[in-house]
Design a protein around this ligand. Structure first.
Ligand SMILES: Cc1cc2nc3c(=O)[nH]c(=O)nc-3n(C[C@H](O)[C@H](O)[C@H](O)COP(=O)(O)O)c2cc1C
Length: 318
């Protein structure tokens, strides 16, 4: 037991990351049933983008209800703050309403900019709030703590998905964060096994938030082609897509995105990569799509069940 397991009501402080297109009720429930905590990400359980706000809301509602059919353990939903400083977002507001209606208890909030009013609103309605700054620094982590969040996810630049604009590794950030904060820190980025979890806990983290390792599980909705690419890639092969803050496995689609960046076509590459998340990872079309994950994939040699991943970590750290 530590502050994270107590806060969330879970057995082990191991959380599967919110990942666009590659989470689902089945996957989230598998992580929660294994004693960790699953998080429904954007587009969870879907194969197509919602065509309207209403459809988006019903998709989220239906996936939350499916999780509850599969587990009675705690789970969370990803909550995306508006991207501009003064803005509100109809998407964020709709998400808030459905989470209240469905009595969701825990949210993993992400943002480029901290919106204190959103945090206050979530806390007022009784949510447990875990906050993950997309571009974490010691300063913005402290700012989030003063806004009243319950725990912070500290993401190192070696993470998968959209990465921080700052070149700060997990090894650098976690000790500085834990020295400066009173609330618990959960480490994210490049952690794939018990050795990694042990290391971040030695640095002061009280939990781990893992994306890439959990993509390569049987229950994850990612395509078989993407999972095989993860097993085969080595860490030195990754392409760094400067200007759009992504890294990708060098599939044909990945190489094309890299070329666009080299030609200075960042906007075009950005659109390409946004589509690539779904096309590559979920649909398995590696000619067009990208596979944006952490270079730690070089150490992943086997597709496992979520329970195996969690049990092996627990055995290694206990
Ligand atoms: C394919 C993919 C998609 C992601 N999409 C999201 C997202 O939609 N929301 C979010 O909060 N984080 C997203 N992330 C980041 C993860 O939440 C997490 O911070 C990251 O996976 C941790 O690093 P790791 O992959 O090395 O374990 C994504 C990560 C991956 C690999």
């Amino acid at each position: 037991m530590n502050r994270v397991t107590k806060l969330l009501g879970i057995k082990y402080p191991i959380i599967s990351a919110a990942m666009s297109w590659v989470t689902s009720a089945k996957f989230v429930a598998a992580v929660s049933n294994a004693g960790g905590m699953g998080v429904l990400g954007p587009n969870a359980g879907q194969n197509n983008s919602a065509r309207s706000l209403d459809e988006f809301v019903e998709n989220v509602r239906s996936e939350i209800r499916k999780v509850r059919e599969l587990t009675d353990r705690p789970f969370a939903v990803n909550y995306i703050l508006p991207f501009d400083a003064n803005g509100t977002s109809s998407f964020t507001n709709a998400l808030f309403d459905v989470l209240v209606e469905e009595n969701v208890k825990i949210v993993v909030v992400i943002g480029v900019i901290m919106h204190r009013n959103e945090i206050e609103k979530l806390k007022k309605h009784g949510f447990t709030v875990i906050y993950r700054p997309i571009n974490p620094t010691v300063q913005n982590l402290i700012e989030a703590e003063t806004a009243g969040v319950d725990a912070l996810i500290v993401t190192g630049n070696e993470a998968g998905g959209h990465i921080s604009q700052y070149e700060i590794s997990l090894f650098t950030l976690v000790p500085q964060a834990t020295d400066s904060l009173k609330i618990p820190v959960i480490a994210a980025g490049g952690v794939i096994d018990g050795r990694g979890v042990k290391a971040v806990m030695d640095l002061g983290a009280e939990g781990v938030y893992m994306g890439t390792r959990f993509v390569a599980t049987h229950e994850n909705p990612a395509s078989d082609a993407a999972k095989q690419a993860i097993l085969q890639v080595t860490s030195d092969e990754f392409l760094r897509l400067e200007g759009v803050n992504e890294r990708t496995i060098p599939t044909i689609g990945g190489k094309r995105a890299f070329q666009l960046i080299k030609e200075g076509k960042h906007d075009e590459a950005g659109t390409y990569i946004k589509n690539g998340f779904k096309t590559g990872l979920l649909d398995g079309n590696l000619e067009v799509g990208t596979i944006s994950i952490s270079p730690s994939a070089g150490g992943i040699k086997e597709i496992k069940t979520c329970k195996q991943v969690i049990d092996e970590i627990v055995n290694a750290i206990s």
